[in-house]
Design a binder for this molecule. Sequence first.
Ligand code: UGA
Length: 446
Amino acid sequence: MAVIADRCPGIQVTVVDLNEQRIAAWNDADLSRLPVYEPGLDAVVGRSRGRNLHFSTEVDAAIAAADMVFLAVNTPTKTRGLGAGQASDLRWIEASARQVATAARGHTIVVEKSTLPVRTAETVTAILGAAQADGGGKTFSVLSNPEFLAEGTAITDLENPDRVLIGGEDAGAIEALAGVYGQWVPQERILRTNVWSSELSKLTANAFLAQRISSINAIAALCEATGANVREVARAIGTDSRIGPKFLQASPGFGGSCFQKDILNLVYLCRHYGLEEPAAYWEQVVKLNSWQQHRIARLAVRNLFGTVTGKRLAVLGFAFKADTNDTREAPAIRICRDLIEEGATLAIVDPKVEPEQIARDLGCSPGGAASLSGEGGWVPAASPEEAARGADAVLILTEWGVYRQLDWAAIAAVMRHPAWLFDARAVADAEAARAAGLNVWRVGEG
Ligand code: UGA
């Protein structure tokens, strides 16, 4: 919404939320304190806030005044009831649709921006249709307009998208939304489809991207076993223009709020329509991902003489990818939990993730020194060097740029030897680490 406001000075954009604290944070005079860390976002908000970008808790008033309402509420995986563990929880989308139905005036275009299961537009249309039938001159058109930005590059992805996708039945509504994006996106990149294709394209795009990561991680394990190098293999296959070079980086597995959730959603939809083989096919992408995460914890334990009880291990990076403070489904969570379960004490550092967030994700407060009693735990560290002090191993779990330039001589000097570097992102200078006397494991390298 901030980018729309920035690119379309003639459109008034009001972002509303029931959460007063969150809205207050978006209105904070200090732009470095916005609730989301995203490179370039502070500048975009700074340019348009107060001009044509507003943050408010006056939800009904903003709906009543709007020609177009974007529904951008969260749709996490259900944790209980029918479809638990796979289906999306649609309670917030339904509540928002009901609120729009009540508060809207005149004709309103309702745009689904949240990632939704296919045929959700039907639910939204049914709720809005009931309000329309009540009279009072309200009318609605529903569009699907999924978002393809990635975290860390959100602003450039929005300013220069590969495509904008608009699904709908009402040509006038589609053109109205296309007119908004058309103020900065070339016409040929604005794709128009039916509403179901649009909803399904979002899930499919994420499923294909995640599948590439599970594919390359499967090959990484084979490279390690055979003496091949996954980065050489990725380069060799990526030059085939049909395959392409992107999303072929072996890793500790994909994280983030979307990939797993969207694939599970796809799996649930396939099963719902009786398509067991396609369901099992896509489910395997998620299974391989969690296998990769456990595998990295296991191989660290194996190389540290089969036990990490009472040992200190330094964990560099906790975010699910670089340039974000987001830890949702981060591979670091599962790997750290496994190591703590094995009795290790982890010293965790991340340039953007707060210790409070790490405590929530790991389900335990920091504290305690490494001991042979078998009780694992974790402590926050202020720098990689501090984390490494007295540690038997350093694990790199997020590909932050700063981890490419670490001073391995200085780090090795404060570790307990024999010491290891487990680089699950292959970003560190492995030669320098070896020269400093460390044993080095890099993902995908035999
Ligand atoms: C992903 C998609 O890339 C976006 O197009 C989509 O809009 C978004 O989900 C969404 O549905 O909201 P995001 O999760 O922000 O974006 O980040 P990605 O860059 O896709 O990375 C996801 C995970 O895959 C990260 O943990 C990353 O480290 C991992 N990854 C990525 C790899 O392990 N290897 C790669 O080669 C690329």
